[in-house]
Ligand binder design. Structure first.
Ligand code: MN
Length: 244
């Protein structure tokens, strides 16, 4: 059984056909959202899907335009165990909104803490140290899952110290830097993801079942048959969901 721990199902041109195929394949999918206003429609898309969960999010790249939607978090947070996509983006394109990003992220972590903790799908592009620092300030916000981690090795060690998890996809596992980072993460802290439809494979947007390409890469990296990699990832998902 395949697992996509970070998919933007609501952003595909035809989400229903992607969802049906995920159901047919009995896939486990975390459907992340980028704004609180997307919650109602996006979560209703998967009402009939046993293995698909929806996360409540506010993407750091949208923080500047959508920060006022932060108040909506309180209305929906009791409906889900998952929060994402949230975090910080320190790249040149988005560092102009850094201050509002920080306000939004720390406020979300505070809300998660008061709701008893959530599983967090985290964006940390060019901002891993600061994301870790914020998580340390809110130790009861929940279980951090770094999506497509691209920090340094030293930042990776700090993330492991706060018992973070990592969702890794085909694109990350194709780059030598990504592969090297993944080789330094304990196997029991790893899950697969695609970040589709934002990511591409063979000149088309990735779909959730493209995690099979991440499994192939993990199989080479860990020197394990693909079936064993899948089995290990399923065990990881069980452990993660039970950890909260
Ligand atoms: Mn994403």
């Amino acid at each position: 059984m395949l697992i996509d721990m970070h998919s933007h199902l609501d952003l595909y041109p035809n989400p229903q056909s992607i969802i049906s195929e995920c159901d047919r394949r009995e896939m486990y999918v975390l459907s992340v959202t980028t704004t609180p206003t997307a919650w109602t429609v996006t979560s209703s898309l998967v009402k009939g899907s046993e293995r698909i969960r929806t996360a409540l999010g506010l993407h750091p790249q949208l923080a500047a335009e959508r920060f006022s939607e932060i108040d909506l978090f309180d209305n929906f947070l009791d409906q889900t165990k998952y929060v994402g996509e949230i975090g910080l983006d320190g790249s040149n394109e988005y560092k102009g909104s850094w201050k509002v990003q920080l306000d939004v992220f720390s406020s979300i972590l505070g809300k998660c803490t008061s709701f008893g903790g959530r599983i967090l799908s985290l964006h940390s592009r060019s901002a891993a140290s600061m994301v870790i620092e914020q998580l340390k300030k809110s130790p009861d916000a929940g279980v951090p899952v770094f999506h497509w981690f691209s920090g340094t090795e030293s930042e990776l060690r700090s993330a492991l110290q706060i018992k973070a998890w990592f969702s890794v996809g085909p694109t990350m596992l194709k780059s030598s830097k990504g592969k090297s980072l993944v080789s330094k993460i304990p196997r029991e802290r790893i899950l697969t993801e695609t970040d589709g439809p934002f990511t591409q494979i063979s000149a088309r947007p990735q779909v959730p079942w493209d995690v099979q390409f991440a499994i192939s890469e993990l199989s080479l990296l860990w020197n394990l048959p693909k079936e064993e990699v899948e089995f290990l990832l399923q065990k990881n998902l069980r452990d993660l969901t039970r950890s909260l």
